[in-house]
Design a binder for this molecule. Structure first.
Ligand code: SF4
Length: 381
């Protein structure tokens, strides 16, 4: 069972210097061929994994989904509508790189049914954008935002990255203020991580003096956490802030363990059957395509969750959310009191100022958000 659909577009105009995602420049007719494969996969999925309930969200993620033409997005939407039932208030998000869109294209995405745009701005500083290897400058990002508004998007998210090479705290404050001035509905802030195998890993070895040190990185995180809520963006997940009513429904579903079906290269799926069933698609275009062309749904790394796995996921996904995890929901879902399973771990994490009692039960403290991975591993079976 699933109520959310994710489509992965593994292509980008250029590879950013910090990026370890599975994506590359499309060659020849690859993008069109890939679009045809997505439609085929959608059809096969509808025959095998009937969601059993209307879809509440569709998310075009990547990579750079805005490389798909509005007509291609529209075709996916038409097919999804024909094969599945769609909730009346369905959220349809497209991630867009500001260097790939203009007013007409955005109007056409809106007409195709996209009602939420996630703009990968990353920075409003041209020097930093150049250093990151982005294909756009700050003016293009501002223009893309204005065009999206003019095209009728009433729900726009902006992504920013902090702890960038040479970035100062005051520069980061300016980035946040500029994002707020544009007045998007949603702002995501991520700290830069240097991923193995990327040009950044060669250029900035561990402890590179060009990278903000840990203390500065923490200050940047705290700065976002002060400035954004004061401007009306409530923190609702470790890296995400939104105006009232504009949380990402799709991503919130991941953290609440809603079922979702991922289509495309390397896409992950989680079906609500038993305690849950996770699997992913092949991570090469060749294998993904050859299986689909043979009429088979590509599927690998299949894992039926045990009750212990599901309880751990409930904790470490739910703790990402500001409202935290509810002991009542835990007991309702697993038939056991939360304290019987995790009482000792929770008590220790509260003593270490990593967890606290929140509106809905247990949630991370600010320190816990900074050290979230350490907290989450404590719940693993
Ligand atoms: S646009 Fe995004 S997915 Fe594509 S290379 Fe840059 S960071 Fe990676």
């Amino acid at each position: 069972m699933f109520n959310r659909l994710y489509l992965h577009i593994p292509f980008c105009r250029e590879k950013c210097h910090y990026c370890a995602f599975i994506s590359r420049k499309p060659r020849g007719s690859e993008l069109d061929d890939y679009h045809a494969l997505l439609l085929k996969e959608l059809q096969l999925v509808s025959a095998v994994d009937k969601p059993g309930q209307p879809l509440d969200s569709i998310y075009f993620g990547g990579g750079t989904p805005s490389l798909l033409s509005p007509q291609q997005v529209s075709r996916v939407m038409e097919q999804a509508a024909a094969l599945f039932s769609l909730s009346p208030g369905i959220e349809i998000t497209l991630e867009a790189n500001p260097g790939t869109v203009d007013l007409n294209r955005l109007r056409d995405y809106r007409t195709a049914g996209v009602n939420r745009l996630s703009l990968g701005v990353q920075s409003f500083d041209d020097a930093l954008l150049l250093c990151l290897g982005r294909v756009h400058d700050a003016d293009q990002a501002r223009r893309a935002f204005g065009d999206a508004r003019q095209a009728g998007f009433g729900n726009i998210g902006i992504d920013l990255i902090h702890a960038l090479p040479g970035q100062t705290l005051s520069q980061w404050r300016s980035e946040l203020r500029e994002a707020i001035r544009l007045s998007p509905e949603h702002i995501s802030v991520y700290g830069l991580t240097i991923e193995e195998g990327t040009p950044f890993a060669l250029r900035y070895p561990e402890d590179s003096p060009e990278l903000p040190d840990e203390e500065q990185a923490v200050k940047m995180f705290e700065t976002a956490d002060n400035i954004l809520p004061a401007a009306g963006y409530a923190h609702y997940e470790i890296a995400n802030y939104a105006r009232d009513g504009y949380r990402s429904q799709h991503n919130s579903g991941y953290w609440r363990r809603d079922g979702y079906r991922g289509l495309g290269v390397a896409a992950h799926s989680f079906l609500r059957a038993g305690y849950g069933y996770r699997f992913s698609n092949p991570d090469t275009l060749e294998e993904y395509g050859s299986q689909l062309l043979a009429g088979r749904l590509p599927r690998r790394d299949q894992h039926h969750l045990t009750r212990e796995d599901a309880m751990a996921e409930f904790m470490f996904l739910g703790l990402r959310l500001a409202e935290g995890v509810s002991p009542e929901r835990f007991e309702h879902e697993f038939g056991l009191p939360l304290d019987d399973i995790y009482g000792a771990v929770i008590a220790e994490l509260i003593r270490s100022n990593l967890l606290q009692s929140g509106q809905d039960g247990l949630c991370l403290t600010t320190r816990g958000r900074l050290l979230s991975n350490q907290v989450f591993t404590r719940f693993l079976p």
